[in-house]
Design a protein around this ligand. Structure first.
Ligand code: SF4
Length: 63
């Protein structure tokens, strides 16, 4: 499973970081960084929840 972000749509509100902090991080420049774009199975449910919860629909998932 791969997760990606559209940086033009993301508003860096941190919702996904709160739901899956092992996978998403906000750097000092307030740009979302994806730490684990190839999502490990152990993080899959958290990442799916984060993708559904992004208020900007900025995250994409390839199963
Ligand atoms: S939840 Fe969406 S808008 Fe918020 S930081 Fe994550 S990708 Fe960006």
């Amino acid at each position: 499973m791969r997760v990606g972000v559209d940086p033009l749509v993301c508003e860096a509100n941190g919702v996904c970081v709160g739901l899956a902090p092992e996978v998403f991080d906000l750097g000092d420049d307030d740009e979302l960084e994806i730490l684990l774009p190839d999502v490990p199975e152990s993080e899959a449910d958290r990442v799916r929840h984060a993708v559904r919860s992004c208020p900007k629909a900025a995250l994409t998932l390839e199963e």
